[in-house]
Design a protein. Structure first.
Length: 277
């Protein structure tokens, strides 16, 4: 039986305390592809893959600064983006907690801007609330995911984002009617790319084999490394055509989300049907 979005969000707080074997994990590279079965399940990253996080960030940051009567420009937004990325990377490595990310990035931002008369706690709250108010699809991802749903693919969102914010975006965007579930690391207790995060996800997906899954995401450190740790096929969403790392096996690379279709067709689509673009 398939779970709906919010059942997975709730169930993720009730993960059994046990470990799960990755003995069936395939080897990376070409041999790995050959040994895998047809794809039946897609694990989607949310921010900057299905949804354009950078646009939402711009909206939330500008709105928060206006409410605080502070000036904002492109240079400051780029500075915040770099600081934000560095904090999330530390979170993925297990060096800091999510609470430290949410407040620490604004403390650092204020320090870099020389703002001393405003509390970082205030903008942190304003920003997080605004972040869940707006969404922008990348590459018409709403149409793509709906088409995949109609063809019978199981689709799940895997995200390190803040639970309340991500739940709101999934609901407002209509993705809750498309996705079979959402796994938020905040509720699970481990972030992507940690093996424990994916073990917990698969523990709640009986009947879903890892060899039938493909993980699609933009982040090398959380998504691609996470897919390798989980023992599933990886598809790097790389619209900026960044150079691929030499020390991490990645199965597929795409510059547009719709390029996923021939990859799925290559591995015999669900219901033995062709998906039309």
């Amino acid at each position: 039986m398939r779970m709906n979005t919010f059942s997975v969000l709730l169930l993720s707080t009730m993960i059994p305390d046990q470990s799960y074997s990755l003995s069936d994990r395939p080897e990376p590279g070409q041999e790995r592809r050959k040994e895998m079965a047809a794809f039946t399940t897609i694990l989607w990253d949310l921010d900057q893959t299905i949804l354009d996080f950078k646009k939402s960030m711009d909206y939330a940051l500008r709105g928060s600064f206006r409410q605080l009567h502070l000036s904002i420009d492109e240079e400051k937004i780029r500075l915040y983006s770099d600081i934000n990325d560095s904090y999330w990377l530390r979170f993925e490595r297990g060096e800091i907690t999510k609470d430290e990310v949410l407040l620490g990035r604004f403390r650092t931002f204020y320090e870099r801007l020389g703002i001393v008369d405003k509390a970082p706690e205030e903008i942190a709250e304003l920003y997080q609330n605004a972040l869940g108010e707006v969404y922008f699809f990348r590459d018409k991802a709403d149409e793509l995911t709906l088409q995949l749903k109609e063809k019978g693919y199981r689709q799940y969102i895997i995200t390190n984002g803040v639970h309340a914010t991500q739940a709101k975006k999934v609901r407002l965007s209509g993705l809750e009617r498309i996705m079979d579930g959402v796994f938020v690391s905040e509720l699970i207790g481990y972030p992507k790319p940690q093996k424990e995060y994916f073990d917990a996800c698969f523990a709640m997906l009986p009947g879903v084999a890892r060899k039938e899954c493909i993980l699609v995401g933009d982040s090398i450190t959380s998504d691609m490394q996470g897919g390798v740790n989980a023992g599933v096929a990886t598809c790097w969403y790389n619209p900026d055509r960044r150079p691929a790392p030499s020390d991490l096996p990645i199965d597929y690379e795409i510059g547009d989300l719709w390029e996923l279709l021939p990859i799925l067709q290559e591995r015999i689509p669900c219901q033995n049907q062709q998906i039309k673009n």
